[in-house]
Design a protein around this ligand. Structure first.
Ligand SMILES: [Zn+2]
Length: 334
């Protein structure tokens, strides 16, 4: 849906401290200068893995573009525009994201954006449209956006955020200036969070979150999303999902938690298969297997954990693990 409710952005980027992140300073300075010299392109695409705070960057830069009196290249946080941005009610900020995390963005949504852009800026300055994640536009939506980008309205800036740029129409990418974002150096994450957490706690979270700052922040603030949905494994073993389906929906920062959950599931399943009724609350399709097969699965998962720590390709590792476990499951059931 298209909305001017910027609070929705918090679902994608973590809502940590305001201001550009320490590892985004160079990109921010580059864009601010381009804007001040009136050579900022009307469309930017921010590309990089999930959890490196790209959406946060887009949000901060959007506020800068809307601020009536920025100070040293940073939104002032005081003017009426900034107050509206902070409240999530700025009428000239159009925020586009799927209603649910993995749903597609449809053409109706982009048509609503177009209608909003035809109106005069209500605060008399720029208009900004943030689309995140842009790869979730379906083909019709992408083509509708392309038409807007081909003849952009005056004083309007598009900030597209993409975790997987390869899934976006090349014709859209060619209309945008591309900015790449990577996992930052660990000392930048410590700079960012060092006032609120001890160095040891940050270091532990960096290890567990594999260096992705958004995950590190989540882990330090109560570990949101560490409980991954293990029912997907049941869907996989019963043939309703493929290994590729599961692997593409678990990003590399979540994989250690997923493997830990898988190990726990295998242990519980051994207990259930041995008649332990206390474990039955964690019932899974795997508990139909005898302990000997479950031990094989446990060993495969434990081996995958070690390979992951040694920098194996996360997606290939998970696909291969799932197929090995499926072979064990299918052998017993055939
Ligand atoms: Zn301001």
């Amino acid at each position: 849906m298209a909305s001017n409710n910027n609070e929705q952005l918090n679902a994608i980027c973590c809502d940590g401290p305001r201001g550009f992140r320490p590892w985004h300073q160079a990109e921010a300075a580059h864009l601010v200068l381009a804007y001040q010299e009136q050579r900022l392109p009307h469309a930017l695409i921010l590309v990089g893995p999930q959890y490196v705070e790209k959406t946060h960057f887009a949000r901060e830069f959007a506020q800068f573009l809307l601020c009536a009196s920025p100070v040293n290249g940073i939104a002032c946080s005081q003017c009426k525009s900034c107050q509206l941005c902070i409240a999530g009610t700025h009428p000239d900020w159009i925020n586009v994201e799927p209603e649910e995390p993995r749903k597609v963005l449809r053409v109706d949504t982009i048509r609503q954006v177009q209608a909003r852009l035809q109106q005069t800026a209500q605060q008399g300055g720029n208009k900004v449209c943030v689309i995140s994640p842009a790869e979730q536009m379906n083909e019709n939506a992408a083509n509708a956006l392309l038409k807007i980008l081909e003849e952009p309205p005056a004083n309007t800036y598009f900030l597209l955020v993409a975790h997987h740029a390869s899934k976006i129409l090349p014709t859209i990418i060619s209309r945008c200036q591309r900015l790449s974002f990577a996992i930052p150096a660990q000392d930048k994450i410590v700079d960012w969070l060092g006032d609120d957490f001890t160095k040891e706690a940050i270091q532990q979270a960096i290890e567990k979150g594999r260096g992705f700052p958004g995950r590190v922040y989540q882990l330090l603030n109560g570990g949101v999303d560490t409980q991954l949905d293990m029912s997907r494994l049941d869907a996989f073993f019963s043939g309703r999902e493929t290994a590729q389906d599961i692997a593409k929906n678990i990003d590399s920062s979540q994989l250690p938690d997923f493997l830990d959950g898988f190990l726990r599931l295998a242990s519980y399943s051994v207990k259930i298969s041995q008649g332990d009724t206390n474990a039955a609350a964690n019932n899974s399709i795997l508990s139909q297997l005898p302990a000997s097969e479950l031990h094989q699965i446990y060993d495969r998962v434990a081996t995958a954990k070690i390979a992951l720590a040694q920098n194996a390709n996360p997606r290939l590792l998970l696909e291969s693990l799932l197929l090995q476990c499926l072979a064990i499951y299918s052998n017993f059931n055939s």
